[in-house]
Design a protein. Structure first.
Length: 184
């Protein structure tokens, strides 16, 4: 579940960054791909956890790990669906900027949770989840800065930063999915 979901989150950020950079000339294609990524994120909730909730003896901690990840998946699926709706129907971008406040809160809470677990019991998996959560927080902050208070001069810088962060997020997701990253 986690590897697939994180890869899809990276894909959604990648698609949005390409649109911000002006590489896609057809908004309907971006909308269709973002809608598919949103559906894929929601579909990933039905899969069994691959890494989270499989270690340790405390059942509450195992459940909390999975619940935090599922909340991140839902929040970023809504983001992908919102971007799809915005580009297909040519809606105002500020709604995505204001929704990004919730993304910062959810991703920040995940970061705090995963870093607390990592400090308590260091595992390479918690390090990777912490890196992903930091990247997601940065993307959401950039979206707030660009879209909630439209500053068009930031469009290119935000697009390139999101592109770079999306590659990091997707690479970590692929590494999880291919079991390169596993509990050590």
């Amino acid at each position: 579940m986690e590897g697939i979901a994180i890869t899809l989150m990276g894909g959604a950020i990648f698609m949005h960054s390409l649109r911000l950079l002006g590489i896609f000339s057809e908004d309907r294609a971006v909308g269709a791909l973002m809608a598919a990524l949103a559906a894929g994120l929601l579909l990933s909730l039905t899969f069994e956890p691959q890494l989270l909730g499989t270690q340790g003896t405390n059942p509450i901690q195992r459940l909390a790990e999975v619940t935090v990840m599922k909340s991140l998946i839902v929040m970023w699926a809504i983001y992908a669906a919102a971007v799809a709706a915005q580009v297909v129907w040519d809606l105002d971008e500020r709604a995505i900027g204001f929704y990004s406040v919730g993304l910062v809160a959810a991703s920040g809470a995940a970061f705090i949770y995963y870093i607390a677990i990592m400090i308590d019991t260091y595992t390479s998996v918690m390090l990777e989840f912490t890196i992903v959560a930091v990247a997601l927080v940065l993307v959401a902050v950039l979206l707030i800065a660009l879209m909630a208070v439209p500053v068009n001069a930031m469009r290119g810088a935000t697009g390139w930063a999101m592109l770079s962060l999306s590659i990091i997020v997707a690479a970590i997701g692929l590494a999880m999915y291919t079991t390169i990253i596993a509990f050590s």
